[in-house]
Design a protein around this ligand. Sequence first.
Ligand code: PLP
Length: 384
Amino acid sequence: MIYLDNAATTPVVPAALEAAWPWLTAEFGNPSSTHELGLRAKNALEGARSRIAAWLDCPASDLIFTSGGTEGDNLAITGLAMANPRGKHIISARTEHEAVLETLGFLERVHGFEITWLTVDYHGNIDLAELNSALRSDTTLVTLMLANNEIGTTHPLPQIIEAAHAVGALVHTDAVQAAGWFDLRVGKNGTLVSSVDALTISGHKLGAPKGSGVTYIRGRLAVEPVLHGGGQEFGRRSGTENVAWAAALATAVDALSESDSEALRISALRDEFISQVLTTVPQAVLTGNPVDRHPAIASFTFAGLNGETLLLELEQRGVIVSSGSACAAGSNDPSHVLIACGIVPDIAQASVRFSFSHSTTAEELNVAASALTDAVASVSGLGR
Ligand code: PLP
């Protein structure tokens, strides 16, 4: 099996599982308990937080452990929007993940917020001039993802942050797909996310278990909690902390090979794979920005073919991929991201996303490219 669906989820790295094990067994204490068992759990939790803080270059107290990307997006967006006194205007784009879109829909429907949706071009790029003219004195928040989960397009975060901060608005970025591939040091000058106000990370996209995650929210900012209760996580997220998953997440982060050369190596493989597909499969059209894109995402449409049949044909040849996002797969609705890019539904339904890991090899991609050629030939014979 060649697994090229790492943007949907990644396998748990063995060291992360080992790091979790004690906190699920003998060391089962509640970190809020004052006895020895509880104190050891508390130390493990804070140790995990400090290791992740070192990776993100932020104070440990700015990190909130969550159950993943969906909760993190809900917490950052709702939390900042509801607590920020500037007004009820938020700016985003329709290419965001459902965790962002639905949270904004909730704020609009239930709390009377007004959302300005920036248009995106065919490649999923926003227009900075449009952002600048959308920013208002009552804009509370701009939320735009760092790298798109379906088409891989990256947003120009430094310019977005500069424009938003110039009028006093906050910026949140969903960095769920970016984590492990981009430099996410929020406190370091010159990174894409320097001085961002909030940033969401999900554990299961980077080798930690599903249901683990962490969200960064700049310390002095007011946050209205989404989960109310015992006041854990600095009063920002109630609920007994999942020490095992925090330990696993910190260990998966430690295990990330994040050097620039690693991202460059995979980017080079991605580019070779893209050109191989474009030359051997006449129906293939690359989606997303051809240059400013996620190092490990290559996504295409195949006009005239049936997308679901193509996925099955690939699976029969041992290549595991998905069409658009895992959430959209299984439903017959074409991807909302591709539709936002102006791709017609008939073509958008025939999309395939190949997403790589740090250990993906050139040989695997060669096999995947020829499996794709065979699969397309077989599906073309069937017609739509
Ligand atoms: N945001 C993005 C960009 C994603 O790709 C995903 C998952 O696919 C999420 C948020 C949701 O994360 P989780 O599955 O941890 O809830």
